[in-house]
Every structure is written in structure tokens, then in C-alpha cells.
Design a binder for this molecule. Structure first.
Ligand SMILES: C[S@@+](CC[C@H](N)C(=O)[O-])C[C@H]1O[C@@H](n2cnc3c(N)ncnc32)[C@H](O)[C@@H]1O
Length: 197
């Protein structure tokens, strides 16, 4: 099976930090505080670096499509009660909270809608979803950077989109309601916590 993020996986943090400092790490970590004792699912967690400092307090499942990303995540999350799996989440299990860190922008709109519907079915009562991702860029510099970033990922990871998904609209259409959000870079990067309406 092809591994779209296999080439980038060993240098992903280097690239991310040289462009965004620790902001993408902070966005991956958003809404993880106070999660001890709850069952979580992380889809598209990448190399697991962002979750390393939480590894002793988290339990549940961790899925990433990239074999190389998963291999690195297993090292970073050694000793954690998270079960780290390579591949697409099969839609099984029940969770208190499901995290989607910078993964929705890699999917087509219809794939996002299908995933959100499976996620809705997998939430325990009062369950929540955390989406961390890129939103509407603010100002020319961010707009150009966004275009350059998409081009870079289209070449290096077989990224299929040419634009950003309209995440809030897709979540609302799937029956979720926004409860809280944290923002970085004037709102270009956000972590949003959604419940079920
Ligand atoms: C842009 S990277 C983000 C990685 C990490 N969350 C971070 O911010 O450092 C997207 C990740 O999502 C994974 N991915 C893409 N589609 C996926 C899917 N359907 N299920 C699981 N992982 C997926 C990719 O393999 C990649 O590791």
C-alpha cells in the first residue's frame, strides 16, 4: 500500500516548526487537558510528537494512514495506553472524545461527511469532537503561504485538494454544534470543540 506521508514523516516536525514554531503542536494538544479516565480516538495523529507529554494520561485508539508516521508514533507513544494502529479507522468502538488533528484538510468533502457520520455514531453520550486545522487565512501573507503550502503537499504527499474544506459548515451539516474554540495566527489555525446538537 502506498504511504503518502512516508517521505515527509521523518522531517515533518522540522518543516512544521520552521514555518509555524510550536503552534501546530499546541493546536494538536488543544482540549487534551483533563482527559485522564476518558476513552479517546485520535485520527491522523501523525508522528505522535504532540501527544508525547500526555501519553501517560490518555487511553483509547490512535490511527494514522501512513505506515511510517505510525512507526514513529509508536516510539513517541511508548508506555501509553493508546493503541497505535496503522491504516484507516474502521469505524468501530465508542469514545468520549474524538480528535481530528490536521486531517480533515487532506480529505475531499464527501469523505469528510462520511467520516463525520461514522464519528457521530461512535460517540458515547455527551461525547465531543475536537477539530484542529487551517481555516480562512487572514491577510495577503497568510493567503500566499496557504497556496504555497497546498502546492508543497500536493507534490510531497499526493494531497488531492486545491482548497481548504469549509470545516464549520460540514460539521454543522453533520449535526454537530460548536462549543469552544482556541485560535492561533489570527484564526488561520483553530482548534474547535464540537458536541452533538
Ligand atoms: C497533515 S498530517 C498531520 C499530522 C499530525 N496531526 C500533525 O499535525 O502533526 C495528516 C496526517 O493524517 C493522516 N491521514 C490522512 N488521512 C487519514 C485517514 N483517513 N485516516 C487516518 N489518518 C489519515 C496522514 O497519514 C498524516 O499523517
Amino acid at each position: 500500500m502506498s504511504d503518502d506521508y512516508g517521505f515527509l514523516a521523518p522531517i515533518y516536525q522540522l518543516i512544521s516548526r520552521s514555518v509555524f514554531g510550536r503552534d501546530l503542536i499546541y493546536a494538536n494538544q488543544a482540549f487534551l487537558e483533563g482527559i485522564a479516565g476518558k476513552k479517546i480516538l485520535i485520527i491522523g495523529g501523525g508522528d505522535g510528537v504532540a501527544y508525547r507529554e500526555f501519553r501517560e494520561n490518555v487511553q483509547g485508539e490512535y490511527w494514522d494512514l501512513s505506515a511510517k508516521m505510525t512507526q514513529i508514533a509508536r516510539q513517541n507513544l511508548a508506555g501509553s495506553s493508546l493503541s497505535v494502529q496503522s491504516g484507516a479507522w474502521p469505524g468501530t468502538g465508542k469514545f468520549d472524545r474524538i480528535y481530528l488533528p490536521f486531517v480533515l484538510d487532506t480529505l475531499a468533502d464527501d469523505e469528510i461527511s462520511l467520516l463525520l457520520s461514522k464519528i457521530k455514531d461512535a460517540l458515547l453520550p455527551k461525547g465531543e469532537v475536537v477539530v484542529s486545522d487551517f481555516f480562512e487565512p487572514v491577510g495577503l501573507k497568510q493567503r500566499f503561504s496557504q497556496i504555497a503550502m497546498i502546492r508543497f503537499f500536493r507534490i510531497s504527499t499526493n494531497h488531492r485538494r486545491k482548497d481548504l474544506p469549509r470545516i464549520p459548515q460540514l460539521l454543522v451539516k453533520a449535526g454537530f454544534i460548536l462549543r469552544q474554540e482556541k485560535i492561533w495566527r489570527k484564526g488561520w489555525i483553530k482548534s474547535q470543540l464540537y458536541g452533538i446538537s
